[in-house]
Design a binder for this molecule. Structure first.
Ligand SMILES: *Cc1c(COP(=O)(O)O)cnc(C)c1O
Length: 392
């Protein structure tokens, strides 16, 4: 009987109905081993950014590996707690936390709120007072670092909506002195996502050194520095770099970030932990040619399963599994690969070199473990695609 082997390594005796997500838990475990080993060299704490993927089996592996959780909504805080992350390892960021979300997180006893505006400090203080609690907070400071990435996923330049402006930190400190139910314990930064150029992180570390020195000069003791996430992955060649360069990433901070005695350093990684272990499997429904002669393959997955290409022009490697299995090699042609959704932006790749493709061919869209299934929608009344897990 034919066995269908997924590019990340797992195999099916029979292919389930498409489209579906396939996750290679073995690769996830090796990735977790790498991130914990490399962070462990310097005593760094890593929190997993839940917003990348919340499949319970994936959360279970991550929590077992000892990572904390980074949440950007009260629902994610609840999800982290339900999936076994200890509350003292949960951080909660977000530019628009509702009162209800804040109250729930206070009750859960999380490690720290990463606060993103002066007004939010007052709200958390008032809610903590109401609940009779004293709450630890970190100031999320916008350091005005412009990383080398897409503007929609860069968050740390001066005009971004995220964080407290570095020009407002004196006001933030004055306010903190007046608020008795919150205590500043940390400084938090997150400059964006899919950052491949590690020099951006060295620049961040340099800015953090300046800002931390400013707080020290004001007599404020900072217990932890949180550098956020953002380490990028290789979307072009997932097999060439299945595990991101955690060694280089943490070394960059070790060499550039000044850490005072007793201070802990935290990271919030999402994409780099889960992206490469996931792939979206889809079948070709139709092939067609436009008036201009361009070839399209229309597949049964669309922006409802994976919105990244439509949302920010993201590139994913796509492979034709049927053509690579076929005995006689098929000739290379040029195709655009598009989904069935009634939106012109529902295109996964435009004019790529691709083997001659036929109705019924099985395709793998690679590196979709992060910001894939989690961003799915029911647009066009489509049901959510199921997930399968390979466990070698
Ligand atoms: C999205 C996000 C992260 C994770 O980013 P990755 O690029 O997936 O590592 C970390 N911290 C905060 C505050 C975020 O919003």
């Amino acid at each position: 009987m034919a066995r269908y082997t997924m590019p990340t390594g797992g195999a099916f005796a029979e292919i389930p109905a498409t489209p579906f997500y396939y996750y290679d838990l073995d690769l996830l475990r090796r990735t977790l081993e790498s991130v914990t080993t490399e962070a462990g060299r310097y005593g760094y704490c890593v929190h997993y950014a839940l917003k990348a993927n919340v499949e319970p089996r994936i959360l279970c592996e991550i929590q077992r590996a000892g990572l904390g959780a980074d949440c950007v909504s009260g629902y994610e805080v609840a999800c982290a707690v339900e999936n076994g992350f200890p509350s003292e390892k949960i951080v909660f960021a977000g530019v628009g936390k509702s009162d209800r979300e804040i109250e729930r997180a206070i009750e859960a006893g999380i490690f720290a709120f990463n606060c993103e505006s002066l007004e939010e400090l007052e709200v958390i203080d008032a809610l903590a007072a109401k609940l009779g609690r004293r709450v630890d907070i970190a100031l999320r400071i916008n350091p005005n670092v412009r990383p080398d990435t897409h503007e929609y996923i860069s968050t740390g330049q001066a005009e971004s909506k995220f964080g407290i402006s570095y020009t407002e930190i004196d006001q933030a400190l004055a306010k903190l002195h007046m608020l008795s139910h919150i205590r500043i314990v940390g400084l938090h930064f997150h400059i964006g996502s899919q950052i491949r150029n590690l020099a951006s992180f060295a620049e961040l570390a340099g800015r953090v050194n300046e800002i931390a020195a400013w707080f020290a000069a004001k007599g404020v003791e900072i217990e932890h520095l949180n550098m956020g996430g953002g380490l990028g992955i290789d979307y072009e060649d997932p097999d060439g770099e299945p595990i991101p360069d955690f060694a280089g990433y943490f070394r960059m901070f070790h060499e550039n970030l000044r850490v005072e005695p007793g201070q802990t350093v935290h990271f919030e990684l999402g994409r780099s932990i889960v992206a490469q272990c996931g792939e979206l499997i889809t079948r070709v429904l139709y092939t067609k040619t436009t008036a201009g002669g361009a070839k399209f393959a229309i597949v049964d997955a669309g922006m409802t399963e994976l919105i990244r290409p439509a949302l920010y022009g993201a590139h994913h490697r796509i492979e034709n599994l049927t053509a690579s299995d076929a005995a006689g090699l098929r000739p290379m042609e040029v195709y655009s690969i598009a989904g069935p959704i009634c939106e012109s932006s529902d295109v996964f790749a435009r004019d790529i070199a691709f083997p001659e493709t036929r109705r019924g061919d099985l395709l793998a869209i690679r590196s979709t473990g992060a910001y894939g299934s989690i961003m799915a929608s029911n647009y066009n009344m489509r049901p959510l695609a199921p997930s399968y897990f390979g466990d070698r």
